[in-house]
Design a protein around this ligand. Structure first.
Ligand code: FRU
Length: 475
């Protein structure tokens, strides 16, 4: 069977989310856009459904919804496994690895040397680069690898690189790197030679073990105000246990990140959105800041009840900077390309709705301060989302299969305004639920393993104009 055209239809196989054809996947890596193609690389172990020696898997899409699976892009080599990182298109050929007519796509990733780890050396993670001059189809590792050596710190990984322009019109490459409990910034003129600029680790940041997978980028509010956002994934220590992504808002002067608001902010209050970072080289005319996250949690990722593959990505999201009083927040909206999946739309009438199909999008308008949404199935399994005052609760304690991990069947909570909410948008796939409150100002991404599809939804506290869309599978 050709894995590129196969229709994946196993139990729990996502029908409109990216998942690997088979075997183990974790973090999204190297997301980059070039010539009409969105690239997605990912942490991949092609020999097992549990984590092991990491490779970069690869897929290409024209809309970030329908993906073509590509051959493995990067294999482990003498310097180690290929851990997470990023990719950029070197349009100015600063690296000399392409030409200005045919710029190189350059991947910047972490080498994890298992021998060094075994020998208890502290410098077993380094950074390497690889490049492609055929639009990401084939890759060559750079002869100077590792291009960034380790100064003797155990955790030294997940480089996210972007081109940062200075006020004088010149620019340089900036790398955000997770270094144990801080984010280090490095600069380079050419992607090959890197100089340390600064470190960021405020004492009040959420820290439960390691900081991982940073991303640094500017966002502009609807009123034209620019702030720099720093994503930092942490594991454990998430607001509802295990892995989660926090973010900081501030300014970046080309060398230092200066944080403005001293408050931990979470990109997603659900248990299953980790290691998410943004796409590089999205054309200015598009203007969006696009991200995707790994839809799992290190608490149970290796034991979820799927058979021949493990894990999926979240739906791609577009990030927006929203000003609230004197503070800012980053909202995540499902990308508009997902609307193409809608096959039919109904206006919601009454509280009990029988679901005729399993792939569902709901656009709900709350009628009062409090509400509840319950998905259930013939096996009496259910998942409950409810708002009471200033707490949003997500209860998957009776949602289906849960015995694979004591950490899974928990009740999750998120802070919410004690007032009437404007809108709730929900995406239900075969084994996930994504909830976007008020245009993505509050998000919960959660995976689920019901023994039969949820075929009923009970809506309490919503207007009759609320909408139900059935969605097409991407296969
Ligand atoms: C995050 C992470 C990264 C690392 C990768 C290894 O989930 O731990 O820090 O590069 O996974 O697969």
């Amino acid at each position: 069977v050709n894995e590129n055209t196969k229709e994946f239809n196993e139990a729990y196989r996502p029908q409109f989310h990216f998942s690997p054809p088979s075997q183990w996947m974790n973090d999204p890596n190297g997301m980059v856009y070039l010539d009409g193609e969105y690239h997605l690389f990912y942490q991949y172990y092609p020999d097992s459904t549990i984590w092991g020696p990491m490779h970069w898997g690869h897929a290409i899409s024209e809309d970030m919804v329908h993906w073509e699976h590509m051959p493995v892009a990067l294999f482990p080599d003498e310097f180690g496994y290929i851990f997470s990182g990023s990719a950029v298109v070197d349009h100015n050929n600063t690296s000399g690895l392409g030409t200005s007519e045919n710029p190189a796509m350059v991947a910047i990733y972490t080498y994890h040397d298992p021998e060094g780890e075994k020998a208890k050396r502290d410098d077993y993670q380094t950074q390497g680069i690889a490049y492609s001059t055929d639009r990401g189809r084939t890759w060559t590792k750079h002869e100077n690898n590792p291009i960034l050596k380790n100064p003797g710190i155990k955790d030294f990984r997940d480089p996210k690189v972007s081109w940062v322009e200075s006020n004088d019109g010149t620019g340089q490459w900036i790398m955000a790197l997770a270094v144990l409990d801080r984010i280090s910034f490095y600069s380079s003129p050419n992607l090959i030679d890197w100089a340390h600029e600064s470190d960021f680790n405020p004492s009040w940041g959420a820290y439960g073990g390691v900081w991982e997978c940073p991303d640094l980028f500017p966002l502009t509010t609807a009123d034209g105000e620019v702030k720099w956002v720093l994503f930092v994934s942490i594991n454990p220590g998430g607001p509802n246990g295990g892995s989660a992504t926090q973010y900081f808002i501030g300014d970046f002067d080309g060398s230092n990140f200066n944080v403005e608001s001293n408050e931990v902010k979470w990109l997603d209050y659900g248990a299953d959105n980790y290691a998410g970072v943004t796409w590089s080289n999205i054309p200015k005319a598009d203007g969006r800041k696009l991200m995707i996250g790994w839809m799992s949690n290190w608490l149970y990722a290796n034991v979820v009840p799927t058979e021949n593959w493990r894990s999926a990505m979240t739906v791609p999201r577009s990030l927006e900077l929203i000003k609230k009083g004197n503070d800012f927040l980053v909202a995540s909206k499902p990308i508009k390309e997902l609307e193409k999946l809608r096959s039919s739309t109904e206006t919601v009438k009454g509280e009990n709705i029988a679901l005729r199909e399993e792939l569902v999008e709901l656009e709900l308008i709350p009628k009062a301060n409090d509400f509840s949404i319950e998905f259930s199935n013939a096996a009496n399994e259910k998942v409950l989302i409810s708002k009471k005052g200033d707490v949003l609760t997500f209860d998957r304690s009776q949602s289906g299969k849960m015995d694979f991990s004591g950490d899974f069947g928990k009740i999750h909570q998120a802070p919410i305004a004690n007032e009437k909410i404007q809108s709730i948008r929900i995406f239900l796939d075969r084994s996930s639920l994504e909830i976007f409150v008020n245009g993505g100002e509050l998000v919960l991404t959660e995976i689920l393993f019901p023994n039969s599809p949820y075929n009923k939804v009970t809506l309490i506290g919503f207007e009759n104009e609320s909408k139900l869309h059935y969605l097409k599978s991407i296969w």
